[in-house]
Ligand binder design. Sequence first.
Ligand SMILES: [Zn+2]
Length: 500
Amino acid sequence: MELDPANPYSLRLPRPNYLPHNVDADEPVVKKFIKPLYRPSDMENAAYLNKIKHFAHEYGITKPKGSKVSFHYNAEMEKYHFGEHHPMKPWRLTLTKSLVSAYGMNFAMDNYTSRAATYEELTSFHTDDYIDHLATVAPQPQPLDVENNNPDLRFNLGGSDCPLFEGLYNYCSMSAGASFDAARKICSNQSDIAIAWGGGLHHAKKAEASGFCYINDIVIAILQLLRIHARVLYIDIDVHHGDGVEEAFFSTDRVMTVSFHKYDPQYFFPGTGALEDNGPKSEHNPGAHHAINVPLNDGITDEQYSKLFESVISKVIEKFRPGAIALQCGADSLAGDRLGRFNLLVEGHASCVEFCKKLNIPLVIFGGGGYTPRNVARAWAYETAVAIGQHKNIPTQIPIHTVWRDRFKNESLLPTIHQILGEPRQNRNTQKRLTEIVQHVTEQLRFVNAAPSVQMSVIPPDLGPIRDEVEQRMKEETEERDELGRKLREEGMGDRMELS
Ligand SMILES: [Zn+2]
């Protein structure tokens, strides 16, 4: 297949992007609990609360000083499922919550039960006809492409990748609602780090579902951040290319997207995200050079990955100077993932979160891919610990009182590569290639204006109202500054230099 250089998105693999359906159905839980889940009594809940209180007290898990972390979660999301054999298991959220709560981390955060996103919020990015369809389409008990190799899928809905399961619209709007709320907390300065593990669905397009993603909650959240922040940096550490987010902000210089992913244009979804794809080719388009892609091969290790992440992101920060960061933490880049191909351990994956946290820039953290639920839960729980600054403090042995503890297979929060894989995957990333990547990124960034002022002359039409709002704010800021200057001059106080 040839890639059309004018449209890097022309190459979308039309068929399911994951392994055939007969691979291990790893977590049989969905089937097992078709009957209503056992509900703990008030007494049992009170006893559990006591245990985690003690635990939090013993390990000093309290709200971090000098930074506010918020946790945005809607437990209703756990009830849905994409179909027994579909790799995406909302059950991974149940396991994540179980670990986060067992470690007493909720005592260190502001916890919000997020609401579902409204129609208006969803259509801040998606088209009305797509959302209307999503809201009204009937569920399909069986994906439409199971017996038909060439089904007519409206908006790419109804196939094995993006099946029409019961309650789909509710599920999607809850995922988007949590991410939206997280972004709002950042905008209102009520949080420094806002976590939404139920979001991160980076493949969804404006009017098309893709790669298990129906609603692009990240784009919706970034649109919120752009109301307040002149520039937002999007970082994506999912094993797949963050194509939906890249495409949404293709033509603006207010969002820079950086995606680290396995790249294989023929055999690995979505087939986009080559090193040379850096946004629009025309220098007149403000989005030119504002998409950074880091294509990787199978088997990359913690050491290589975190080094590469730090070199790329520190260069990007230096040049782009974002006001906020949106970090997608897809956990399918971990070793042992059902779809992923890397050798990353929780520590390596989390080092990216640690690095972003140290930058002291408002940060929204999203979930994303991740198809071996126990590994996903480990990573996202540990990354929550990073956010609250407790990752070095908590015991690595999973607490005894953890609900579903037996599902983790290994008692450690940080299992070794041998415990996970036996033999690590062959590493196909040479040092030479990684050096070339950093050189290419450095070269791209030379074309990016250093911290462009918000002149926002050309941005996608959808951002119109937001642009007006930010422009108005910038105008007011300038006026305020001028006003202050005038007052100081009037009072004969000169500028700040003379004052000090
Ligand atoms: Zn993924």
